[in-house]
Design a protein around this ligand. Structure first.
Ligand code: UTP
Length: 309
């Protein structure tokens, strides 16, 4: 049964519902869980199989129909800008050596999509990083993708959220089930089912969001996963958000206000995420994506099978 609040969210979408064209990729964090690797290299630039993490995230945006990406960077993160820029000397060198495929590969990275950059001068939290992108986003809905969360697959999580937004005009955040005894590691959703064709049981109305609850206090085992589609009203909510845990402005706190004032969906997306900003998550992503890799998968699988564990 859909509650009156969820029904209200569905019958009063803002008209017209604007297209989601932009995405914000916060990538200004210090990556302390991955030291010492991240002392001089941004964690978003750590390589997973054959490309930096953030390229997977940019590719997810492109596959989801995003036209303009805004990357929020900080001190020591300029290699991210270089990666998505043209590299004329390298391209010329490769062409001259007859390495046409490699030259095209390098060029494709910079031709994929329009990318803008803005800097968060201090890492004051994920919510603050999103707020820094306010002027570049303007008055339109936008996606947020964490630069160190990988969700590979043919059906991008961001596209799934855009479909929810486009159908309802209400913001949506991706959630996935986690073991009940691990809720203290995540932002957890307190939601009520709001089944709606074509989204069915995967759609929930967010009643509240709880940051890292102990298992006994957790309202569910649905964890926020690092993909969001939000209306521009989130900026006003973030401006009213007081610093929370770690004296940081938390995106979760801003979204709690949004959920109360305008409604918010949680969507149990189809797919699997890797927290590649964490050493174990990074290793899992590396092994699983290597196994799926067209060129390397077969020989890597044979190597793993032959390992004497
Ligand atoms: P994390 O909490 O995973 O990033 O934030 P972190 O703070 O760099 O990591 P640890 O905990 O110290 O290892 C999720 C995403 O939000 C960005 C990060 O770059 C990451 O992609 N972020 C976080 C910002 O852009 N600014 C911030 O102030 C905090």
């Amino acid at each position: 049964m859909t509650s009156p609040q969820a029904a209200e969210m569905l019958v009063h979408p803002p008209t017209p519902i604007r297209k989601v064209r932009k995405a914000v990729l916060p990538a200004a964090g210090l990556g302390t869980r991955f030291l010492p690797a991240t002392k001089a290299v941004p964690k978003e630039m750590l390589n997973v199989v054959d490309k930096p993490q953030i390229q997977y995230v940019v590719e997810e945006c492109v596959a989801s129909g995003i036209e303009h990406i805004i990357i929020v960077t900080g001190r020591g993160k300029s290699s991210i800008e270089d990666h998505f820029d043209r590299a004329p000397a390298l391209e010329r060198f490769l062409e001259e050596k007859g390495k046409k495929e490699e030259a095209a590969l390098v060029r494709r990275i910079s031709d994929m999509v329009q990318v803008s950059y803005t800097r968060q001068k201090e890492p004051l939290g994920l919510g603050h990083a999103v707020l820094v992108a306010k002027d570049l986003v303007g008055d339109e809905p936008f996606a947020v993708l964490l630069g160190d969360v990988l969700i590979p697959g043919a059906h991008p999580a961001t596209k799934q959220l855009i479909d929810v937004y486009q159908a309802t005009g209400v913001g949506a955040i991706a959630v996935e089930e986690v073991p009940k005894d691990k809720t203290h590691l995540y932002g957890i959703v307190d939601g009520e089912p709001a089944p709606q064709p074509p989204f069915g049981q995967r759609l929930l109305r967010v009643r509240d969001l709880v940051e890292k609850p102990k298992p006994e206090n957790a309202p569910s085992n649905l964890a926020i996963t690092g993909r969001y589609v939000l209306p521009p009203a989130i900026f006003d909510c973030l401006e009213r958000t007081q610093p929370g845990a770690g004296n940081e402005i938390q995106l979760t706190d801003g979204m709690r206000i949004l959920a109360l004032e305008q409604g918010l969906w949680a969507y149990i997306y189809e797919g699997l995420s890797y927290d590649a900003g964490d050493k174990l998550g990074f290793l899992k992503a590396t092994v699983e994506l290597a196994l799926q890799n067209q060129d390397l998968g077969e020989s890597f699988r044979a190597y793993l099978k032959a390992l004497k564990l």
